[in-house]
Write a protein that binds this ligand. Structure first.
Ligand code: ADP
Ligand code: MG
Length: 317
C-alpha cells in the first residue's frame, strides 16, 4: 500500500468513526482545526514509542495500537483534562497491510474507549516508531500541576501497582501461566484514568501518572513542590494476581516498576472521604512532609530511598 492509500484505508475510517464535536476539520487538509469550548485551556502532550525500547520486537500490532494512545492519554488524565483529539506520526519499515489493519483496530478501540478523535498525522518510512500527540481541554486555571503538594496532604494512588512491571517476565513466553494473563493484560491494555483525572480537579493539589514507577514519578511531584513524603510500604495496593505470582518481588514491582498508568496525587485530608466515595479504588499510601526526600516506612523501620525509575539517558547501577 502506498502512503496515501494506507492513510485513506486505515486511518481515515478511524477519524470518521470517532468524530467529536471539537474537531472542526480532521485528516485530509494541511492542518486539523479544533474548536475550544469557552473558558477552557488546551492541554497537550506528545509521546513516542520506539520498537525495541518501549515495546518488544514483533509486538502484536493490536496491542500497539491501543498502547500508543493509552500512554499518551494518561498524561491528559494526570492534569485533569477532558480528552478531545490526537494526531499520529507513524514511521514504518514497510506497509504490511495485515499489520496496519490490526494496529488500526487496536487504535480504534482505544480511541472509542478514551473519547479521543483522530485529527491527523504523518507517515514516513524507517525503523518502527509511533508518536502520538493528544489534546484535551481543562476549565481555565484548573489543570492539576506537579508543583502544588502541601505539607500535611495525603499521598494517594489509584488501582493496583506493579502488575505491568511483573508481566514483563512473561512477555515473550508463548505459554505463560494462566494467572499471569491478568498481569499481561495490564501491560497490553493500560487504561488511562481520564475520568478520575477530571474528578481530581479542584481537589488534588498535585498529580502525575505512573509511567516510570511510583518512586520515580512521586519524586517529580516532591521536587516540583519542594516537599518530601513518607510512604507506608504495607499500604501499597497490590493485586491478588501479583501477590500470588511474584510474592517476593511484589512490593519492588509496585515501587519501581513502570507501565501501570495509574495516577499518584496529593490531597488535603479533608477531601479524602468525598473523593473515595466517588472513586473506590483509591488508596492512601503516605503523607507529604516538610523534610525533603522520599522515605519508606516498613517493618525494618524508616529509610530514605532513591528513585530507580526509567531514565533513557541515566546511568543505573
Ligand atoms: P502534508 O504533506 O501537508 O504535511 P501529509 O501528506 O503528511 O500532509 O498528510 C496528508 C493528510 O493526511 C494530512 O491531513 C494528515 O493529517 C493526514 N494523515 C497523514 N498521516 C496520517 C495518519 N497516520 N493518521 C491520520 N491522518 C494522517
Ligand atoms: Mg506531512
Amino acid at each position: 500500500m502506498g502512503e496515501f492509500e494506507l492513510i485513506r484505508q486505515i486511518f481515515m475510517p478511524i477519524a470518521r468513526a470517532t468524530a467529536s464535536a471539537g474537531v472542526l476539520l480532521g485528516p485530509g487538509d494541511d492542518c486539523a482545526i479544533q474548536s475550544l469550548p469557552p473558558d477552557t485551556e488546551l492541554a497537550f502532550s506528545v509521546d513516542t514509542l520506539v520498537e525495541g525500547v518501549h515495546f518488544p520486537r514483533h509486538y502484536p500490532p493490536e496491542y500497539l495500537g491501543w498502547r500508543c494512545l493509552a500512554v499518551a492519554a494518561s498524561d491528559l488524565a494526570a492534569v485533569g483534562a477532558d480528552p478531545a483529539c490526537f494526531t499520529l506520526a507513524l514511521t514504518l519499515p514497510d506497509s504490511s497491510e495485515p499489520w496496519l489493519s490490526a494496529m488500526g483496530m487496536g487504535l480504534q478501540e482505544a480511541a472509542d474507549a478514551f473519547g479521543l478523535t483522530l485529527a491527523g498525522g504523518d507517515v514516513t518510512r524507517g525503523p518502527l516508531t509511533i508518536t502520538v500527540q493528544v489534546h484535551g481541554t481543562v476549565p481555565a486555571g484548573q489543570a492539576i500541576l506537579r508543583c502544588g503538594a502541601q505539607v500535611g496532604d495525603v499521598v494517594c494512588v489509584s488501582g493496583t501497582l506493579g502488575d505491568a512491571s511483573a508481566a514483563l517476565q512473561w512477555l515473550d513466553d508463548p505459554a505463560p501461566p494462566a494467572a499471569a494473563r491478568e498481569l499481561l493484560e495490564r501491560y497490553h491494555h493500560p487504561k488511562p484514568r481520564l475520568l478520575l483525572g477530571t474528578m481530581l480537579r479542584n481537589r488534588a493539589t498535585a498529580a502525575i501518572d505512573i509511567s516510570d514507577g511510583l518512586l520515580s514519578d512521586l519524586s517529580h511531584i516532591l521536587d516540583a513542590s519542594g516537599v518530601g513524603a513518607i510512604i507506608e510500604e504495607d499500604s501499597l495496593p497490590l493485586s491478588p494476581a501479583l501477590q500470588a505470582l511474584d510474592p517476593d518481588k511484589a512490593k519492588a514491582h509496585a515501587l519501581d516498576g513502570g507501565d501501570d498508568y495509574e495516577l499518584c496525587f496529593t490531597l488535603p485530608p479533608a477531601q479524602w472521604d468525598a473523593l473515595k466515595a466517588l472513586a473506590p479504588d483509591l488508596t492512601v499510601i503516605g503523607r507529604v512532609i516538610k523534610e525533603q526526600g522520599l522515605w519508606l516506612a516498613g517493618q525494618e523501620g524508616k529509610r530514605k530511598v532513591e528513585a530507580a525509575g526509567y531514565d533513557h539517558f541515566g546511568t543505573r547501577e
